[in-house]
Ligand binder design. Structure first.
Ligand code: ADP
Ligand code: MG
Length: 722
């Protein structure tokens, strides 16, 4: 069993000499100078001393003071990585990878050497690694194979104020591990130290949780920030952000601008309009340099935000709340805050049904203050809030811990694999019984647990995949159905961090033409499979056509061109290919042959998917709407689905009303600006099929199913979904 794994040998003595990365002396000394100038540097000795002396330390310090990059290095330099690694957790992948890159540069060692990282589907760490940045999810996964985290001597839980589900589970486990590793008498392995770091003043709660742990404060260097509110509520924050940016650009002295937006889609749409309008500026205006910053960006692109702004230009960073506390971008003097962020929230339905949605919501006061603070790091700054002062006053004080508002299925499954029961775990905040029951129900439907709430052998296999249980279930089902190759192609796209299909609203009809050949009549999953196959076929034909020099490059160009013509996101396809490689390894471990393909047969693929998505199914009702099989919710097919309303630029309806299509695929009335839906009775409405499965439900003005496929009703009946 995983718990009985032998303890790895202590690495302190066997560590090979550190490889130094080549850096010019000038660059290296400039970096050391920057390190010494950080506010936290003055506290270096005290920090090493206090953390050495205490089992648990809570460290509070303003964003940008140097906590995340410096504390692990101080501990390394202070000799605390002798008996094991220093692990630092981050809620977000981008933060973990980009901070590891920075810290390895500061240490003068190549990334993956002394300083490394591990995030889902991507790891750069080796036997030399002493300081490892990981997502909180990765570290909770490591518990599966190493329940005492025995490879670590210090765990730094960073960004603890965000209270993600994984962070909360980790904190609960750390409390247990501290007892087992440091407990009086029967000690197991070397002692462990825990450092909890947060940017906000919520220290007491963490301290109390760890038996009144010592609290340390780092003084920041915050300059005053002048805050402006709008006098009226803004209906279109993307448009309003664009106008505010150009006002700043035209009227205000130099200084970079940081715009906070809820997600990737808004970032990409704002980027397009900013690019378009900045081309129309008179030539004597400073050039606008637009840099996006969101979770799905590749590592190389993430580093772009840190490049110094060239003279005579103004950088405009478009970021999600990643730039709120986890990443500090230098040079920012102006902040534009839309007041929105995306938040995962579980919508509970009747009888234990419910679903996770990603909602664009108002931020909290604490976030609004953090966002404004980003403008005052290097000098006095300005924050333009795109909401009224009243709206600010009505915001909640701080976000609710994620464990109280999201689906617990995957977490409960992972806990069960290490013999833990969420209801017995000592958590900072415990979830409702309803949420637990609903998660158990999901796990029961996919066969991960039995009717006595016991983990099944299948459940153990499902947990071994770095996938949501539903997707893992589809992979396992594909074994007997002979379509593993197809299912891996599909779930690796679903597991990647950005959307596959680009939506360029001004090119809607071109897109329809470009993608027509890919669209599969059964819906989105097989359309997605067609896309993956179409894209990889470009590579294969090209590579075999000429083995000569340059064929690789030609192949890359051909694939890029293919992606462009079909309006698909090549980044997603490349990420998915990487994920697929790793899933193949998981398959081999689980005894599933990933090469097995069903060719062009569609039924096995849809049936395998139905095994996983059995709780995400809906049946058509006599009035043409779909009703969820679990929970009886009425769901609409999301406008982005190939199964949704036919997409045309403009429609007219009874009595000369007219509506135009909007970028998100809904229709907006020309007079009155109402969103209108096509009535199910219309020939223009959603395709009518007896039963559907879907990847997720999203809730905007109504409940939509996204990622939809038509399936045979008998599939669902055979799976006991209704
Ligand atoms: P905190 O965790 O207290 O918010 P950090 O340790 O993240 O502070 O940041 C300290 C400094 O390191 C900041 O000034 C930030 O701009 C800088 N920094 C972080 N990552 C990079 C990077 N990839 N390139 C350049 N500077 C960086
Ligand atoms: Mg930090």
């Amino acid at each position: 069993s995983p718990a009985k794994r032998p303890m790895p040998p202590p690495q302190a003595h066997s560590t090979p000499p550190r490889k130094k990365a080549r850096l010019s002396n000038g660059v290296a000394s400039a970096i050391q100078e920057q390190r010494r100038e950080l506010p936290i540097a003055r506290g270096r000795e005290a920090l090493i001393r206090e953390i050495s002396a205490n089992e648990v330390t809570v460290l509070i310090g303003e964003t940008g003071s140097g906590k995340t990059t410096q504390v692990p290095q101080y501990l390394l330099e202070g000799g605390l990585a002798q008996a094991g690694m220093i692990g630092i957790t981050q809620p977000r992948k981008v933060a973990a990878t980009s901070l590891a890159a920075r810290v390895s540069l500061e240490q003068g060692t190549p990334l993956g050497g002394c300083v490394g990282y591990a995030v889902r589907f991507d790891e750069r760490a080796g036997p030399e690694t002493r300081v490892k940045y990981l997502t909180d999810g990765m570290l909770t996964r490591e518990l599966l194979g190493d329940p005492l985290l025995s490879r670590y001597s210090v765990i730094v839980v960073d960004e603890a104020h965000e209270r993600t589900l994984r962070t909360d589970l980790l904190l609960a486990n750390l409390k247990r591990i501290l007892r087992e590793r440091n407990g009086n008498g029967k000690q197991k392995g070397s002692p462990l130290k825990v450092v909890v770091m947060s940017a906000t003043m919520d220290a007491e709660k963490f301290s109390r949780f760890f038996n009144d742990a010592k609290i340390l404060y780092v003084k920041g260097r915050q300059h005053p920030v002048k805050i402006y509110h709008t006098s009226q509520n803004q209906t279109d924050y993307v448009d309003s952000a664009m106008r505010t940016f150009f006002q700043i650009h035209v009227d205000q002295p130099p200084g970079d601008v940081l715009i906070f937006l809820p997600g990737q889609e808004d970032i990409e749409s704002l980027q397009k309009s900013l690019e378009m309008f900045s081309r129309q500026l008179p030539i004597d205006f400073p050039t606008v340099l637009i840099v996006p910053m969101f979770a799905a960006l590749q590592a190389s692109q993430q580093q772009d935000v840190f490049k110094p702004t060239p003279k005579g230009s103004r950088k405009c960073i478009l970021a999600t709340n990643i730039a709120e506390t986890s990443i500090t971008i230098p040079g920012v003097r102006y902040v534009i805050d839309t007041g929105k962020s995306k938040e995962k929230r579980y919508l509970a339905g009747p009888t234990g049904s419910g679903f996770d949605t990603l909602l664009t919501r108002d931020i909290t006061k604490s976030s609004a203050m953090q966002r404004a603070g980003r403008a005052g790091r290097e000098g006095p700054g300005f924050c333009y809030r795109l909401y009224t002062e009243d709206a600010f006053k009505q915001m909640a004080a701080a976000p609710e811990p994620e464990i109280l508002r999201c689906s617990l299925a995957q977490a409960i499954l992972q806990l069960m694999c290490v013999g833990q029961d969420i209801q017995e775990l000592e958590l900072m905040d415990s979830p409702d019984d309803d949420a637990i029951i609903s998660a158990l129900k999901n796990l029961f439907i996919i066969g991960a647990i039995d009717d006595k709430r016991r983990l099944t052998p299948l459940g153990l296999v499902l947990a071994s995949f770095p996938l949501e249980p539903a997707h893992a279930r589809a992979v396992v089902a594909s074994k007997d159905l002979g379509c593993t190759s197809e299912i891996l192609d599909i779930v690796s796209v679903l597991a990647s961090s950005s959307k596959l299909f680009l939506d360029v609203s001004d090119k809607r009809s071109e897109i329809a033409d470009g993608r027509r050949k890919l669209v599969h009549p059964s819906g989105d999953h097989l359309t997605l499979l067609n896309t993956v196959r179409g894209y990889s076929a470009v590579g294969i034909t090209d590579a075999s056509a000429s083995a000569q020099e340059g064929a690789g490059k030609a192949g890359r160009n051909a694939r890029r061109e293919w992606a462009r013509q079909h309006f698909v996101n090549e980044r997603t396809l490349r990420e998915a290919a990487n994920i697929r490689d790793q899933l193949r390894v998981s398959c081999e471990r689980a005894g599933i042959d990933w090469r097995v393909s069903c060719g062009d047969a569609e039924e096995p693929v849809l049936l395998a998917l139905s095994h996983g998505l059995a709780q995400n199914a809906a049946l058509i009702t006599p009035d043409g709407t779909y009703k969820q099989t679990a929970g009886q919710q009425i769901v609409k097919i999301h406008p982005s689905s190939t199964m949704a309303d036919k997409k045309v630029p403009a429609i007219i309806f009874d009595e000369l009303n007219a509506a135009l299509i909007t970028p998100d695929g809904t229709y907006k009335q020309t007079a009155g600006q109402q969103i209108v839906k096509i009535h199910p009775s219309s020939t223009m409405a959603d395709k009518k099929v007896p039963a559907i499965i879907f990847d997720e439900l999203v809730y905007t003005n109504q409940i939509y199913a996204r990622g939809v496929s038509s399936i045979q009703k008998s599939f669902l009946a055979s799976l006991g979904a209704f």
